[in-house]
Design a protein around this ligand. Structure first.
Ligand code: ZN
Ligand code: ZN
Ligand code: ZN
Length: 362
């Protein structure tokens, strides 16, 4: 059995869970390396807190599971079998089952019907406890992803021209995300002018004008399964509004202060506070409308969340974004985002393109 499965068993035991039932998704991929597609036929990992794991797969998916390197028992079911009968037999007499947070509700109900006496709880906290601390290979994969998205940001200025639409610029960026080594494009945000004030604005047919500040927030997933996510701000020629320049300087100061402060031993909420205080002191407190950041790994958003109220104490190996923003509705927005990981005594930053407003000469 692999170290990750063994560690999951220990955490499950501590949590009072007898058996974990994990369906396709990031948790299954993390625990077994099997990137099973979320199809209608049941695939699930059954991991008892003590004992051997079994992977339940439809017979026709067995070659794919074997090819992914599953080194433990695979139990198959045929087209006319009831896979929940099989799963129930393998779960046996477990009193408490930890079900995958992302399991389809239809499956959670079918599992409940097949095992009416078992108590169902969420498996998420068990797997999160593992996934929240990245090992060396994961840190290396995140660094590689960060370097790849940095190479994309270095090219954005050539496509960002007044007269082009956000969608046109976004298409060029998406192509570069793949060209620079990602397997998938996860999101491309090009928020020009007033669209920048909506943090999750994606792409529109708005024509970019000279003097528009543009928020470019992009990310993808590498062949390793690990994600990138970085935001930089561009000025499409012309002159930025004076108030924007002022707000941008405040934002850059806040983000730099947060990077300087973040380290193992501090709480997640205190990182948020360091940036929010600076932004609030300049009068933009109400305009920083989201948390400071999110963890990142095989999913773009995962634990730990860098948010007011989180007393989580950071540890070496925890990777997350630092991405404060200031949004002035109807005018423009700005956000600076880097992915960082806690080292033994500070952080390593995976995104290292210049953080100043990039002035494109059009
Ligand atoms: Zn976001
Ligand atoms: Zn982002
Ligand atoms: Zn982010």
């Amino acid at each position: 059995m692999t170290r990750r499965l063994e560690r999951a068993q220990k955490v499950a035991t501590r949590a009072g869970i007898d058996t974990l039932v994990i369906t396709p998704g990031a948790d299954l991929r993390y625990l077994t390396g099997y990137a099973a597609l979320p199809l209608e036929r049941l695939t699930c990992l059954i991991l008892p807190a003590s004992g051997d794991p079994v992977l339940v797969v439809p017979a026709l998916e067995k070659p794919a599971a074997v090819a992914s390197g599953i080194g433990f028992e695979i139990a198959t079911w045929d087209e006319t079998d009831d896979p929940f009968d099989l799963a129930a037999r393998l779960v046996g007499t477990a009193a408490t089952i930890g079900v995958d947070d992302h399991m389809w509700v239809s499956r959670a109900f079918a599992l409940k019907n097949a095992l009416p006496a078992a108590n169902q709880v969420l498996a998420g906290p068990v797997v999160q406890e593992l996934r929240i601390r990245k090992d060396q290979a994961e840190v290396d994969a995140l660094r590689e992803a960060g370097t790849a998205i940095d190479r994309v940001h270095r090219q954005v200025a050539q496509w960002l021209r007044p007269g082009r639409t956000e969608r046109e610029v976004g298409a060029d960026i998406a192509r570069a995300i793949i060209d620079e080594g990602h397997e998938t494009v996860d999101f491309v945000i090009v928020g020009s002018g007033p669209n920048g004030a909506s943090p999750h604005h994606e792409l529109s047919d708005r024509v970019i004008e000279a003097g528009d500040p543009v928020v470019v927030d992009i990310g993808g997933t590498m062949p390793s399964g690990y994600c990138s996510d970085s935001t930089r701000n561009y000025l499409a020629g012309g002159q930025a509004p004076a108030e924007y320049e002022k707000a941008y300087a405040v934002l850059a100061e806040a983000q730099a202060a947060q990077r300087a402060y973040a380290r193992p031993g501090v709480t997640a909420e205190s990182i948020d506070r360091v940036g929010r205080d600076i932004i609030a002191a300049a009068g933009y407190g109400e305009k920083f409308v989201h948390r400071t950041g999110h963890g990142i790994g095989q999913e773009t958003h995962e634990e730990p969340y860098i948010v007011e109220g989180s007393k989580l104490v950071l540890e070496e190996g925890m990777a997350f974004s630092i991405e404060p923003g200031i949004y002035l509705e109807g005018l423009y927005g700005a956000r600076i985002e880097d992915i960082v990981v806690c080292t033994t005594d500070g952080i390593e930053c995976f995104n290292n393109t210049p953080r100043e407003l990039f002035r494109v000469d059009a």
